[in-house]
Design a protein around this ligand. Structure first.
Ligand code: BEZ
Length: 262
């Protein structure tokens, strides 16, 4: 699973080589969700925001028939090389109708700002009785990283907040959205998860923060990255030189009731 399902208008690009170097941990750290999902042979499962298919393969390995969707054509091409049924789709306009026993979504929903459209599509995609297991960036996620990028833009007279590409809800807000659509929520919680990065924080900016970088004139970009890096160094770099991202996950399990009337 990757973190890619950009909303229309989102400038973030997903380049498989760059993602493999700087984002492989996303699927690895998503593995606890598989335990919650508990995929069974013969089940039909949707992986929403499947990215390059790393976690999708594990669902398939359990014997389920899995469909992966992602907004990035590059990531879907990478997922197809693994032999997966992977399709380009906007998570805010899912085209499925009551065809899945379960949905898994990892590190993707925070890229989709129209949360109710996503929830509506997940509801429609599940059969009555179907289950939903998800994890996304939650309230407080990358607060320091995002703050440094916004501040470095603001210092240049650019509107950093307007470039902010993510949606990081708290549990009460997201529970209320799910329940408004009819989901029964069995668990929803924030999990602080400081996350060691595989390389320099500049690689993270380039892999996940293009909405900020591309808003800065190219001639200014190296200085912009350097400034954000130096602002973050005291808080996010440890004594060994490793960078630790200030991630907070919002994890939830829910179901479309079997006996619902709507
Ligand atoms: C996340 O997984 O929380 C995340 C990844 C990239 C950008 C922002 C958040």
């Amino acid at each position: 699973m990757a973190s890619s399902n950009a909303a229309p208008g989102n400038v973030q690009r997903w380049l498989p080589d760059r993602y493999a170097a700087h984002g492989r941990f996303v699927a690895e750290l998503g593995e606890p969700l598989l335990v919650l999902l508990d995929p069974r042979p013969g089940e039909r499962i949707l992986d929403l925001g499947c990215g390059d298919g790393a976690l999708t393969m594990k669902i398939a390995g359990a014997g389920a028939a899995v469909v992966g969707v992602d907004a990035s054509a590059e990531q879907i091409a990478a997922a197809r090389t693994l032999g997966l049924d992977a399709r380009v789709a906007d998570g805010q306009a899912l085209p499925f109708d009551r065809e899945f026993d379960a949905i898994l979504t990892n590190a993707a929903l925070h890229w989709m700002k129209d949360a109710d459209a996503v929830i509506d599509g997940m509801w429609r995609a599940l059969r009555p009785g179907g289950r939903l297991v998800g994890e996304m960036g939650g309230q407080g996620n990358v607060e320091k990283i995002g703050g440094a990028l916004v501040a470095a833009m603001d210092r240049r007279g650019l509107d950093g907040r307007a470039a902010f590409p993510w949606y990081f809800p708290g549990p009460d807000e997201y529970r209320s959205r799910l329940e408004s659509r009819g989901f029964e929520v069995s668990c929803i919680e924030l999990i602080p998860r400081p996350t060691p990065l595989p390389a320099d924080i500049g690689g993270w900016f380039e892999t996940f923060g293009e909405a900020f970088l591309l808003a800065v004139p190219e001639s200014e970009r190296a200085a912009f990255i350097e400034e954000a890096r130096e602002a973050l160094r005291p808080a996010l770099q440890d004594a060994t030189g490793a960078w630790i991202a200030d991630y907070v996950r919002l994890r939830f399990t829910a179901a479309r009731p079997a006996d619902e009337a709507r």
